[in-house]
Design a protein around this ligand. Sequence first.
Ligand code: PLP
Length: 415
Amino acid sequence: MAKNAVQIDETAGIRTRAVRGGTSPDPTTGAVLTPIFQTTTYAQEEVGKHKGHAYSRVSNPTVSALEARLGALENAPPAVCFATGLAAETALFLTLLVSGDHVVLSRVLYGGTVRLFQQILSKYGITASFVDTTDPGQVREAITARTRLVFIETPGNPTLELADIRAIAAIARERNIPLAVDNTFLTAALQQPLELGADICVYSTTKHIEGHNSTVGGAIVTRDEGLLDRLRFTRKSTGAIQSPLNAFLTLQGIKTLPLRLKQHSQSALTVARWLRQHPQVERVHYPGLTDFAQRDIADRQHLGGDGGIVSFEVVGGYDAALVLLRSLQLATLAENVGAVETLVTHSASMTHADVPREQRLEAGVTDGLIRLSVGLEDVGDIIADLEQALAAAAGNVAAQVETQEEEVAQWAGVN
Ligand code: PLP
């Protein structure tokens, strides 16, 4: 091991693992940060003899450092990192499934995952059932003799409904079927699916993990070494590895992941409570609200916070939602979540545009639903922005109110 290398094991806290896990100062230069190894290939000492890397479609030292860090967050071997979250999902499905196989998925799911099954994998004879995974019994009922994977997203994008990972893992295990959890919304900082019995965690590192709106990336974490080998084989065969620059930036982002998620969660809870009392808001979805439908699951499963994403419907439906989105001045209308900037998305026309309308409505993704990724700006400023946009949506621009610090503090203590 290199001089000054720091040994981090599973007894270290999540913040220590986020800053230090899996990496050491560069052995040749002492550089504290793992450098960006911007290289295609690696000199070989003789045929078949190299220092661990041969070609950057197969592996790259900066990407390997990120993989070790992501594994360390979940007491798992190094992860396998991909160009995007969807590349990670595609590699998982190509690795585990063949023609004729069937997958059970959450009905509330990132729209790109739905599209991947319905418009790509279906062409190869792979079928999917989208079920209400708030009820583990529905997972049990949907499993057939050809089911080879259960894939859940909790909290689900964008209505945030929750699935009980421990209960669904038990059902999948009875039938010898692996359970994969898309843990993008909470990350290992707030939810540890492998500890709850899941076999595989899937991530879009594009979101909270990198957290600064500067990269796209994906990862799979599992303790199954055989599956990791197969995923690396799929990655090299399909050419889906992450770039070294993105891996470097993601490694820096992870260092503050637990701290950011703590603040994202606090601010999101304050915003959710404020939205819920607003007369122009019809419905608010946030697992931290005491009357959230699966609050009991959040209490058991979430580790000290419910994440930074809130979704809500405004009075007046689609038309009012469009005025609100047009009127926001601080929050940016953009497709992403989990970054330091507050972002707002119209799910029906953006992230879920390719999900058939019937299926989208069944999953609660109504035409008026707005998804808000609460950033790290001062929460009073985020609320003031929402206040003036809601006033505009109500056709009452004159009623714009400047939200005072005391008002924000008042809502921070409620619920
Ligand atoms: N999983 C979830 C929950 C997402 O929200 C997204 C993207 O929005 C993805 C996966 C796909 O990730 P990427 O955009 O990095 O391909």
